[in-house]
Design a protein around this ligand. Structure first.
Ligand SMILES: Cc1cc2nc3c(=O)[nH]c(=O)nc-3n(C[C@H](O)[C@H](O)[C@H](O)COP(=O)(O)OP(=O)(O)OC[C@H]3O[C@@H](n4cnc5c(N)ncnc54)[C@H](O)[C@@H]3O)c2cc1C
Length: 376
């Protein structure tokens, strides 16, 4: 055996899995096709939202609360600031499905919050235009994560705790059998007791039976200049998510004192093969986000000063794939995080370490079982 565990892909989830495995004393090797902290897939792009009153469903809240603790733990271990709490505004019609999930998360887990009507919003957060029927839920346990620092911090910490990382080395095959797992990379075969596949946009390559259910989609980040930059700094401008005329969008306060990230939550379409992500963004593709900015955030100049293209793996139900790789008992899959996985990454790293060590975890993952797609 080369080590107990192989981690395939040391991006967001892989770096966290490696950290949690190393911290538990498990001998692990991470394989990464690019460099540590690269920006060619789902990490990168300066910032990520953290929030706990979860429009995607209250079943995520225990994982989100555990992630919060682990973000603080990683900050303490690495000496880096990774998460800045700003609060988070979830804006919309309180009767609509996503907002009902926000309220259900709050009720079920007693999350600290406030509900603000249009008049209260105009007084406290005049940066936003609210439309008739809209209100805001302020989630106090919400803020901004720094993705590049996070991935690098987890990887360096894992290394310091004994993990090895082989970067610049694509894994070409993962072959589970009854007596271990063979990993083919860099022209040789490595042997492990178990493997964790965290290949992000490349997930389907390692789980061909799920290929119809998970695929890479393009996500575009856009930054806008503020008329009054002081009104958009983290202390004044909570992260937000909202919909406008059926278009989902989110925003993050200015981290450079001038530009504000506001981007579509919806994707810019299928990438096809993850190797083929087109980093160009045609000006016409920005019309929807520019219109939403003009309508909802009148203090921003509605032409982006900065644009960057990324991708994430999306499943057909927008819930991730977390559990045993179909047909294998010693290989675990964590992928398909569908544009909302970063905030939970250290908790999923913990889940990976739990699965490796115990075959189960106390965090709720039943709704993420990859097997759900094999029975329909
Ligand atoms: C622009 C953007 C904004 C987002 N905003 C938010 C947000 O605000 N909040 C939030 O919670 N989530 C957000 N998300 C989603 C979140 O970032 C992703 O869900 C998460 O990063 C996915 O992590 P991952 O580990 O699955 O993928 P990745 O981070 O891409 O990691 C996969 C890794 O596997 C490596 N790999 C793949 N194949 C191989 C191979 N054959 N051999 C070796 N290595 C391989 C890749 O190179 C990569 O490093 C956003 C995503 C994007 C793209």
């Amino acid at each position: 055996m080369d080590a107990d565990v192989a981690v395939i892909g040391t991006g967001t989830m892989g770096s966290m899995a490696l950290w949690r495995l190393a911290r538990a004393g498990v001998d692990a090797i991470g394989f990464e096709q690019f460099g540590v902290g690269h920006d060619r897939s789902a990490a990168g792009g300066e910032s990520r939202i953290f929030r706990t009153a979860y429009k995607e469903g209250p079943e995520y809240v225990p994982t989100l609360l555990r992630a919060y603790e682990l973000w603080r733990e990683l900050e303490a271990e690495s000496g880096r600031d990774l998460l800045t709490l700003t609060g988070g505004l979830m804006i919309g019609d309180l009767e609509e499905g996503g907002m009902r999930n926000v309220l259900a998360s709050i009720e079920r887990f007693g999350l600290s919050h406030e509900i603000l009507d249009g008049t209260q919003m105009a007084g406290r957060y005049p940066q936003h235009t609210l439309f008739p029927g809209e209100a805001a839920v302020l989630d106090r346990l919400a803020g901004v994560l720094r993705p590049e620092f996070a991935v690098i911090s987890a990887t360096l910490r894992a290394r310091r705790l004994g993990a090895r990382v082989i970067s610049g080395t694509p894994v070409v095959a993962v072959e589970p059998s009854s007596d271990g797992v063979t990993v083919r990379a860099g022209g040789r075969d490595y042997r492990f007791a178990q493997a964790v596949i965290t290949a992000g946009p490349w997930t389907a390559r390692f789980a061909p039976e799920l290929a119809r259910r998970v695929s890479p989609r393009k996500i575009v980040m856009t930054w806008y200049m503020a008329d009054d930059p002081a009104a958009y700094v983290p202390a004044a401008f909570p992260i937000f998510i909202r919909e406008h005329r059926g278009v989902g969008m989110f925003g993050i306060p200015s981290l450079d004192g001038g530009s504000v990230k506001v981007a579509l939550s919806d994707t810019y379409g299928d990438v096809g093969d993850a190797d083929d992500l087109d980093h160009n963004v045609a000006p016409g593709d920005l019309a929807t986000v520019n219109e939403a900015v003009a309508a909802c955030l009148p203090g921003l100049v509605p032409q982006p000063i900065r644009v960057s293209a990324h991708m994430d793996a999306y499943t057909t139900d927008k819930h991730a794939l977390v559990g045993a790789l179909p047909g294998a008992r010693n290989t675990w899959l964590l992928g398909g995080f569908s544009g909302h996985g970063f905030k939970m990454a250290p908790a999923f790293g913990q889940i990976a370490a739990d699965l490796v060590q115990h075959g189960e975890t106390t965090l709720p993952i039943d709704h993420l079982d990859p097997g759900r797609f094999l029975t329909v």
